[in-house]
Design a protein around this ligand. Sequence first.
Ligand code: ATR
Length: 283
Amino acid sequence: MYQVGIFGEKLSHSLSPVFQNVAFKYCQIPALYEVWEFSKDELYERVNLLRKPNSLGANVTIPYKELAYDMVDDLDETAKQIGAINTIVNNSGKLKGYNTDVSGFIRSLKEIASFDPTGKNVLILGAGGAARAAIFGLVNQKVNSITVANRTVDRAVKLINDFGVDQEIFSILSVYDEKISEISLKSDLIINATSVGMKHSSMEFESLLSPDQIPANCVVYDIVYNPLITPLLKSAQEAGAEIIQGLWMLIFQGVDSFELWTGKSAPVQNMYQKAMEHFKSLG
Ligand code: ATR
């Protein structure tokens, strides 16, 4: 039996074992995906255990994505650029780190909405970790422009300074600036990478954009996946725009990890279906 799993600190709600184990079963690969919760001082030892012959590797989540980056033998180009990994692959005792948050995000745009980011204008709400992964992917895809709108404007300034590309593609403003309508209405892609709209938060029923601020011919992606249809996605539907649920970002980082571990095509729809069923059963 092959072993694989997820490294993290608080993993009781992780959906990854649910959809990864379905994928292994579907592809008839004798592997078990487990949850490996431990504290920081164990990380080095745990990473080294991944070199065993029956280990496929692991996923890595908060707060270990940057620390694990320094512990692998080799890094994929995207991982190198972003300075964090969420996937480790065991190649006969040598460990290689990847960032499928970035690759999975771009793949979800292409496969779920047939959206090709090259040359497009993007508005991204938020400047945290999720925004960072999305922006790295979009910059690599050579978008035309990215506007980062954040509550704390300074944080957006710091974020874009990390990108060693032509800074002219970026604009920054406050998420509460009235000018946001002007930008949103010219966008091909709008992404919410803030926690606004998240279930059980104080902003659960809020959307940063109303239907009249969303053009009908754009794609709206909410990285929040609980609820499946957030207030922003409701506004987008009302505006006639195409939507992508945040659950797809989670699924596609897993799809890319699965394919790196196994070399097989992941059963994307089965993984999504299983995750959704599980998620709904939680209420
Ligand atoms: P993640 O890693 O998921 O991106 P994060 O780093 O905590 O999480 O970032 C959360 C994002 O949601 C930030 O952009 C945050 O804005 P600030 O940088 O100003 O904190 C944004 N956010 C959280 N609560 C918000 C609110 N009530 N209104 C607007 N933006 C909010």
